[in-house]
Design a protein around this ligand. Structure first.
Ligand SMILES: *Cc1c(COP(=O)(O)O)cnc(C)c1O
Length: 484
């Protein structure tokens, strides 16, 4: 019997079937995807009926892709919300540009694993480096930063603060990457995002080592620089990381970057900027002043799945090249203490927290190529107008009042003259969610209950904003029918 007649390696029947019909099956999948996209404006922004999913047991045989698609839509189809749609203003939720979607699909199909510049036989690391270069140009940042893609701003903050931790240890002769944390590091911040606290926990620095810096008077979330200076002096015996906000989630407030940069000339500290969404303020002449001086930071986080409008699972870290050695010491994936010159023997394996990754840069590469600087300027400026219009209309809708002035793309508002403002806003929020037409998120700002709307979606139009206000008015009517 010849070897080709006897073949024990028979592909599993459902896999063989799907392989034989892959074109039809992927077309079917793409039809489903296109249906979702074309009805995004009408799809509910939250689950209007409670989700009750019965968990099932694992299939023994498996019925192939077509059946699985059907089964998925039967169980979960009705629960997919329009989070990438034009009226999803909760959290800071970006959408997906057409070019970014196409590239995300391709990235999955290619299934590359970006690592180094030599020896891997693929171009992914080059694509990632080129994309980082474009993003630095988009933001008007100098070439002085190394950058890479991680899954979100939380991981970008983690990555940057890990390098800050290594820097901090070395101030006391402690090579933390090798010998573990033997140094207490203090972190100075006024309004850190929750992910900064989480990163400090994961890094072993400890979230309780944050020293809260005062905010500016007058309903602000930005750091009081005089207090920052006082804290730096008070805690100077410790290695210090300063974490500043370029866009707080409640009111999109910005720390004074130039003032912090100036302090760095007199005091040693590692300066990280969380610019998860606020980094995109650099795309418009109208808002880029907010970031003046940020190029002097040691590291910067920018999310891509927010204002860049690429699908989830995308953010970048930018770390100053003067810290290349610290970055490699922190993320070294080889037994060699150093892999030599980072420029000539560069590998992402030694520069970031992950080893194998998807080609995460591709959606960003495509969307930047497809829409360019002008496209992003227009997305940002449109969203700024949406925030302004929404705030303006809201001010004419009693009992709503702005909780803070609109600095960028976020509108934070509350109610006046209500006996139970929290209960009132809870009702408004509940009714909104039951309508499924508009999504906002509740928050607490300055000790008062608030709702907030964040505009970062490229699809949002002026009409969406006026319709959003109409929805809010409807909920007001329904809410007033519920006496407290
Ligand atoms: C959203 C956000 C984060 C966390 O980002 P993920 O992408 O959810 O990990 C961090 N900081 C700020 C300021 C944010 O807005």
């Amino acid at each position: 019997m010849g070897i080709f007649e006897f073949n024990p390696f028979i592909m599993y029947i459902a896999l063989q079937h799907d392989l034989d019909h892959i074109q039809t099956l992927l077309s079917l999948t793409s039809e489903k995807a296109l249906h979702y996209l074309s009805s995004l404006g009408e799809t509910q922004t939250s689950n209007t009926t409670p989700v009750k999913i019965e968990t099932s047991s694992l299939e023994t045989e498996g019925k192939g892709l077509e059946n699985t698609l059907e089964s998925f839509y039967r169980t979960h189809g009705a629960h997919i919300v329009a989070s990438s749609g034009p009226k999803y203003w909760g959290f800071v939720t970006g959408g997906t540009t057409p070019a970014a979607i196409a590239a995300d699909w391709l990235s999955t199909v290619f299934d590359q694993n970006p690592q180094g510049l030599s020896g891997n036989g693929d171009l992914s690391a080059r694509i990632e480096i080129e994309t980082i270069g474009w993003m630095k140009e988009l933001f008007g940042l100098p070439d002085a930063f190394n950058g890479g893609f991680v899954s979100g701003a939380t991981m970008a903050n983690f990555t940057c603060l890990a390098v800050g931790r290594q820097w901090g240890g070395l101030q006391k002769g402690n090579d933390i990457a090798r010998t573990g944390l033997q140094t207490t590091i203090k972190v100075l911040s006024a309004m850190p995002h929750s992910s900064t606290l989480k990163s400090l926990s994961m890094l072993g620095i400890g979230s309780s080592n944050i020293i809260p810096v005062k905010t500016l008077p007058g309903n602000r979330e930005a750091m009081d620089i005089e207090d920052l200076k006082a804290c730096i002096q008070e805690y100077q015996e410790f290695p210090l990381l300063v974490v500043s906000s370029a866009g707080t989630v409640n009111t999109a407030d910005f720390d004074d970057m130039e003032a912090i940069a100036a302090l760095q000339k007199d005091f040693p500290f590692f300066w990280h900027i969380d610019a998860a969404f606020g980094g995109f303020a650099a795309c418009s002449e109208k808002s880029k002043y907010l970031l003046k001086g940020w190029e002097q930071a040691d590291s910067i986080t920018v999310d891509c799945h927010k204002w860049m409008n690429v699908p989830y699972d995308s953010a970048i870290y930018l770390i100053h090249k003067k810290h290349s050695k610290l970055q490699m010491a922190t993320f070294q994936n080889s037994n060699a203490p150093y892999l030599g010159d980072p420029e000539s023997n560069f590998s992402y394996l030694n520069f970031g927290p992950e080893n194998s990754r998807r080609l995460r840069a591709l959606p960003a590469w495509f969307t930047l190529k497809a829409y360019g600087k002008k496209g992003y300027e227009s997305i940002v400026e449109n969203n700024l107008e949406h925030a302004r219009l929404f705030a303006h209309l809201l001010e004419q809708t009693s009992p709503f009042v702005l909780a803070a002035s609109v600095r960028l793309n976020i509108v934070c508002f509350t109610v006046k003259d209500q006996a139970e403002p929290k209960a009132f806003l809870d009702q408004v929020w509940l009714k909104l969610n039951q309508s499924g037409k508009l999504f906002l998120s509740p928050t607490v700002y300055n000790g008062q209950p608030c709702l907030r709307a964040a505009f970062v979606n490229w699809r949002t139009t002026e009409q969406d904003v006026t319709e959003g206000i109409e929805e809010l008015k409807k909920t007001l009517q329904q809410t007033s029918e519920f006496p407290e």
